[in-house]
Design a protein around this ligand. Structure first.
Ligand SMILES: Nc1ncnc2c1ncn2[C@@H]1O[C@H](COP(=O)(O)OP(=O)(O)O)[C@@H](O)[C@H]1O
Ligand SMILES: [Mg+2]
Length: 460
């Protein structure tokens, strides 16, 4: 069954080919952003003159129009801008509803590329015809996102599979986008010294080559499936290697409900808050226990599989393009830091952060403690499992003040994806109306089983 890509009631058209080259990929984007920024400045003046209440309708219309303009631009450009918008569109915790609703189209409903183009990718990669490879194959895609389009098919033995096919030419598009992002981060660093985006750009550059290699993705999903094997509440599709290559991945089709579709969840007898609990616990296990995690939990990559008589409710994880492996030392340091933040001990927070590779210009406990507080402490103590707009504004203000006096000059790359995951999970927890106590959820992970065993051994 095909899906519809509409924004503001208008059908979106995908370009036959996204713009090629750095200039053609960056200029229209900059023009869109500057255009929106100017309109926002005008609106701010109007709000000051006429009052915020009088301009409320116009403000909503502006944000809706801005969100639609961003989606239209992203669909034309494709590549990493879609990935960036997927992140933003997941932040129901801190962004206005207009953006969350509109940008979420980019999670899995990007206008599809024509079938002949995608068929050529499959046949070029696997060296034979689609008819030879699959018993049945539906040429209408079930979804399309940042790097690939996904089809449903069956194997000779009747197994239902999803076939993920990379957009032709996407590797080059991603390379150009990385150049543009690195350039923008450098320009930004000259204007604004407080939140340096260069480490983020570097981390993106490190991960992108792996994301466009589906063999890497397949291996990562198998490894994580192995680590999570004992858990009954997670589903990870099995990979069919005979029908997979660098640009094609054939895997089990997961029949599930989109995690942010509250109505469908309730209709299937699933309590959304329970789904949120399971998701958070799954991430605690992956990050704090195994040190290996799926780093892209936006709503397009998470499904809920209702109980089916054999399994309890399961969280279906798909899209392992961005999977992170931490070293054991680093995983331990994350646990030590989390413990220190919860205990509110500035000296320990400072030691832990320095061990991990953070460096502030001046070694100052107050700075490190404030970062720890902003990163995790505020949410833990708010009694909720997510940020909200007000808390986010407060944190930004406070952190901005502290970092202006004493900026961070080094950020360990491994925390960037952890921060990304925390942001995405915060957004989803908000969407799912989670009432979980994050502090309680995380506590049991703070003493790794290895240490407990060691303690038992010494006692015994
Ligand atoms: N195994 C699967 N079972 C069911 N749906 C899938 C499966 N794999 C992908 N999809 C659908 O296809 C979409 C895009 O696939 P994904 O692997 O996330 O690609 P991308 O890397 O481009 O984001 C997903 O958001 C999901 O809706
Ligand atoms: Mg995806």
């Amino acid at each position: 069954m095909a899906y519809r890509s509409e924004v503001g009631g208008r059908q979106l058209q995908a370009p036959v080919r996204p713009p090629y080259g750095r200039i053609r990929r960056s200029l229209p984007l900059v023009a869109t952003v500057v255009g929106l920024w100017l309109r926002w400045r005008v609106l701010r003046v109007q709000r000051r003159i006429f009052g915020v209440a009088a301009m409320e309708g116009a403000t909503h219309r502006f944000h809706q129009a801005a969100a639609e303009a961003i989606v239209r631009r992203a669909v034309k450009q494709q590549g990493l801008i879609i990935k960036t918008c997927q992140f933003l569109g997941s932040r129901a915790d801190i962004l206005m509803e207009e953006y969350v609703r509109t940008l979420s189209l980019l999670h899995d409903a990007v206008p599809p590329r024509p079938w002949p183009e995608m068929r050529a990718v499959i046949e070029g990669e696997l060296g034979t015809t689609v008819e030879e490879l699959y018993a049945t194959f539906d040429p209408h895609p079930i979804a399309a996102a940042s790097l690939a389009q996904v089809y449903r098919a069956t194997l000779d033995d009747g197994t239902d599979v999803a076939v993920k096919v990379q957009y032709p030419g996407i590797e080059r598009v991603v390379e150009w986008d990385l150049d543009v992002i690195r350039w923008l981060a450098n320009v930004w660093a000259k204007i604004e010294t407080v939140f340096d985006l260069r480490p983020v750009a570097e981390e993106m550059s490190r991960n992108a080559p792996e994301e466009v290699d589906f063999l890497h993705e397949g291996r990562a999903s198998e490894e994580l499936a192995g680590l999570l094997g004992e858990r009954a509440d997670v589903a990870i599709p099995q990979i069919y290697w005979q029908r997979s290559a660098r640009r094609v991945l054939t895997m089990d089709y997961l029949e599930g409900i989109r995690i942010t579709d509250l109505e469908a969840l309730r209709a299937a007898g699933v309590d959304p808050a329970r789904a949120a609990d399971t998701l958070i616990d799954l991430y605690n296990t992956m990050i704090l226990r195994h040190g290996m995690f799926h780093a892209d939990p936006h709503p397009g990559n998470l499904l809920v599989l209702p109980p089916d008589g054999i399994h309890p409710m399961r969280i279906g994880l798909i899209d392992f393009g961005l999977t992170k492996r931490l070293t054991d030392e680093f995983r331990e340091m994350v646990i030590v830091l989390t413990t220190a933040i919860i205990a509110q001990r500035p000296a320990e927070i400072t030691d832990a952060m320095e061990d991990m590779g953070f460096r502030a210009r001046i070694r100052d406990e107050e700075t490190y403690a404030a970062i720890g507080q902003a990163f995790l402490g505020d949410v833990l103590r708010s009694g909720k499992a997510y940020m909200d707009q007000q808390l986010f504004a407060e944190v930004n203000l406070r952190l901005g003040r502290i970092l202006r006096a004493n900026p961070l000059v080094e950020v360990p790359p491994d925390v960037i994806l952890i921060a990304r995951v925390m942001g995405l999970l915060s957004g989803i927890s908000r969407s799912l109306e989670s009432d979980a106590d994050l502090l309680q959820a995380i506590e049991e992970y703070l003493r790794p089983p290895a240490l407990e065993e060691a303690a038992v051994e010494t006692v015994g």
